[in-house]
Design a protein around this ligand. Structure first.
Ligand code: ADP
Length: 397
């Protein structure tokens, strides 16, 4: 059974073609700069060199056509006919409170996703365009939606409600939703498998640290709290996003700097976080290099990030009444031994202790805590596409 996984952004489209008999990736790629100058597709057939083709790509429909042509290409393709394609699975960012699990896409589900656009005005329209482009190109192929928010729908209202007038929750759906759910779900389950224990018995804190970062408390396999909120701006400091701040800062900056809400939204989403603190870059590799050269603001940025992660680990251990494991994943979590070590430093009192030589691993699954540590700490590379492919296969039957 062959399943195509699609992750549509506003001007980009990532894809992976899976053979679900053996869960092998047959080909993958990225379409970039859709609708703007310099559009291109980078396509890689597993085991072969990547090919890059620059060509005008006016919209997502044209992008999907390019992907299907690449998959059918005699040399670089992985399908001899589109009839081989059993289903398409889409990453969809926001399902509000409408879906707590992946669903097969039909007219009713699409209407529900359109109703969620106000909650994710940048992301959901792009996801919807991708789904509609596939429907046009492959009208008979079933499609499945897998939502970033779904895994967190198990949070209790004590964790998801904000202390603002309750009517805003009822009228506008103002609450914590959380994101990266597919990743938190995947790494929590992998961690349980690596530890050889049933996930139902484990209290795990999963730290997805990338350009965007979120931390989740996973109790018995269910998300019970997560650091991102109504939007993906909340939580630990990120590449360019501020994470948790005093909300009164918004009015203060607006007045003192004479900025509009739109300007402030841009400032907090694009100019803050590790970039804002370090003044160097949003990329953690650059900041680590600058800190090694002795740049004090880069050192400080690393310390603020590590402190933020540490506080969430402590908070979520308290929320769950204990902790058995901490998992690090995504670009920073999988690769930065420095951030992992700094975030876990001083947590020996609660049973968290890293083994320095084990902590040197990168982009590989492994245990990085000492043998005597009560809490197991693991690195688990995330694989959101595989979860989407598996859910798609399961729902198509
Ligand atoms: P996204 O949220 O866009 O999916 P990723 O999960 O790919 O992001 O993470 C990107 C982040 O990972 C960047 O800040 C990058 O610097 C960081 N990163 C990648 N490789 C390393 C590395 N070897 N050491 C430290 N940080 C790394």
């Amino acid at each position: 059974m062959k399943v195509l996984v699609i992750n549509c952004g506003s001007s980009s489209l990532k894809y992976q073609l899976f053979d679900m008999d053996g869960e092998k990736v047959l080909a993958k790629g990225l379409v970039e700069r859709i609708g703007i100058e310099g559009a291109r597709i980078k396509h890689t057939k597993t085991g072969m060199e990547s090919v890059v083709v620059e060509t005008p790509i006016p919209d997502h429909k044209a992008g999907i056509k390019l992907v299907l042509d690449a998959l059918l290409d005699k040399k670089h393709g992985a399908l001899s006919s589109l009839d081989e394609l059993s289903a398409v699975g889409h990453r969809v960012v926001h399902a509000g409170e409408k879906f707590a699990a992946s669903v097969r896409l039909d007219g009713k589900v699409m209407d529900a996703l359109k109703e969620c656009v106000p909650l994710a005005p940048l992301h959901n329209p792009a996801n919807i365009m991708g789904i509609e482009a596939v429907s046009d190109a492959l009208p008979r192929v079933p499609q499945v939606g897998v939502f970033d928010t779904a895994f967190h729908q198990t949070m209790p209202n004590t964790a998801f409600l904000y202390a603002v007038p309750y009517g805003y929750y009822e009228k506008y759906g103002v609450r914590r939703y959380g994101f990266h759910g597919t990743s938190h779900y995947y790494v929590a389950h992998r961690a349980a498998a690596i530890l050889g224990q049933p996930i139902e018995k484990l209290k795990i804190v999963t730290c997805h640290l990338g350009n965007g970062s979120s931390i989740t408390a996973v109790d018995g396999g269910r998300s019970v709290d997560t650091s991102m909120g109504f939007t993906p701006l909340a939580g630990v400091p990120m590449g360019t996003r501020c994470g948790d701040i005093d909300p009164a800062l918004v009015a203060f900056i607006a007045e003192t700097e004479q900025l509009s809400f739109k300007d402030i939204d841009f400032l907090l989403n694009k100019k803050s976080g590790m970039l804002g603190l370090s003044g160097v870059s949003s990329d953690l590799r650059d900041i680590e290099e600058a800190a090694e050269r002795g740049e004090s603001r880069s050192k400080l940025a690393l310390q603020v990030l590590a402190y933020g992660i540490k506080k969430y680990i402590g908070a979520y251990a308290a929320a769950m009444g204990g902790i058995d494991a901490v998992v690090f994943t995504a670009g920073v979590g999988e690769n930065s031994a420095t951030i992992r070590a700094m975030a876990c430093e001083g947590l020996g009192f609660m049973g968290i202790e890293l083994d320095d030589s084990r902590n040197a691993i990168r982009s590989k699954e492994g245990l990085i805590s000492t043998d005597s540590a009560k809490v197991k700490v693991l690195v688990v590379p995330t694989d959101e596409e595989l979860v989407i492919a598996r859910d798609t296969k399961r729902l198509i039957g």
